[in-house]
Design a protein around this ligand. Structure first.
Ligand code: SAM
Length: 291
């Protein structure tokens, strides 16, 4: 539907591109910097309309994109930034029809990105340890996506394991955004189908180290990779063409791994480690130079 409707979450955007979230409710009034506009004047307007407030200020009335919605929705836990949502869905290769296990649900930001990526034919099972966060997440998700019959949301500690009936179906993807993903790795190793993808997101280097060690210990993961995403926006105004002064310089590290038959990659790593005078950094440099 292209018209903004009663009950919907919308954003009003000022001329500096600052966004203000509100839920449209017939009879209510939106207030901004001493100016007002009745919600009734917004309901029925086309998505993207310019609206005028009581003292003449003009704003855009928009249905938010998922990335915009996530940044403004009520939060229990810290949400994942849109730049990371974008990377996670592609690097975990979340495809239409996929069956995904996620933990923790947090405020539901990543859950929504996963639900959109798997589509109606796929499904997401999401565990969240905290009851209050689980409730906030469901409200956020349903307000944006409507009813989500293909989401199974459980208030459950994922480190205690995945429910047998859920694990039995096998997962195509496991996506984790919680502080101790290494505690879930053994469960992921069992629940993922062969060829399936594991992805976790953590903010600090010690967490990455523990995660990668757990993946290596599990022996069924190969092609383990860790990276971060830096997104730098630019100011393009007349001759002032330069990077913006401010950016989100750090959010977290993404670690991806593939569930594979053990053997090939582990054997190669053991050969390299055992080589006399082995220096893995120097060896990698030599390989890159040769390529
Ligand atoms: C950073 S937040 C996740 C944010 C979420 N990705 C989003 O976009 O809204 C981490 C969440 O993991 C939950 N959590 C921590 N350990 C957990 C566990 N073992 N099992 C399930 N949830 C857990 C926390 O309660 C918190 O809500």
């Amino acid at each position: 539907m292209k018209q903004l409707h009663n009950g919907e979450r919308i954003h009003l955007v000022d001329n500096k591109a600052r966004q203000y979230a509100l839920t449209l409710k017939a009879g209510e009034i939106f207030q901004y910097s001493g100016e007002t506009i009745p919600h009734d004047e917004l309901i029925g307007k086309a998505d993207g309309s310019v609206v005028t407030l009581s003292r003449g200020k003009r704003m855009l009335a928009l249905r938010p994109t998922l990335g915009e919605y996530v940044l403004k929705m009520p939060r229990g836990a810290q949400v994942i930034y849109p730049k990371d949502l974008a990377m996670i869905t592609i690097w975990a290769d979340v495809y239409p029809g996929a069956r995904v296990f996620e933990a923790g649900t947090g405020s539901g930001g990543l859950t929504m990105a996963l639900l959109r990526a798997v589509g109606d034919r796929g499904s997401v099972v999401s565990y969240e340890a905290r009851e209050d966060f689980a409730k906030t997440a469901m409200k956020n998700i349903e307000r944006y996506l409507g009813p989500v019959p293909n989401l199974t949301a459980r208030q459950q500690d994922a480190s205690e394991g995945i429910e047998p009936e859920e694990e039995a179906g096998g997962f195509d993807r496991v996506v984790l955004d919680l502080p101790e993903p290494w505690r879930i790795v053994p469960h992921a190793a069992r629940a993922l189908r062969s060829g399936g993808l594991y992805l976790s997101f953590v903010p600090t280097v010690p967490q990455v180290m523990q995660t990668v060690e757990a993946l290596e210990r599990a022996t069924v993961f190969g092609m383990i990779e860790t990276f971060e995403t830096l997104l730098r926006t630019w100011n393009i105004k007349g001759r002032s063409v330069r990077p913006d002064h401010r950016m989100v310089a750090h959010s977290g590290f993404i670690t991806v791994a593939r569930k594979v038959e053990p053997g090939l990659l582990a054997a190669r790593a053991a050969e390299v480690e055992a080589a006399p005078g082995h220096d893995s950094d120097a060896e990698e440099q030599d390989e890159e130079n040769a390529a």
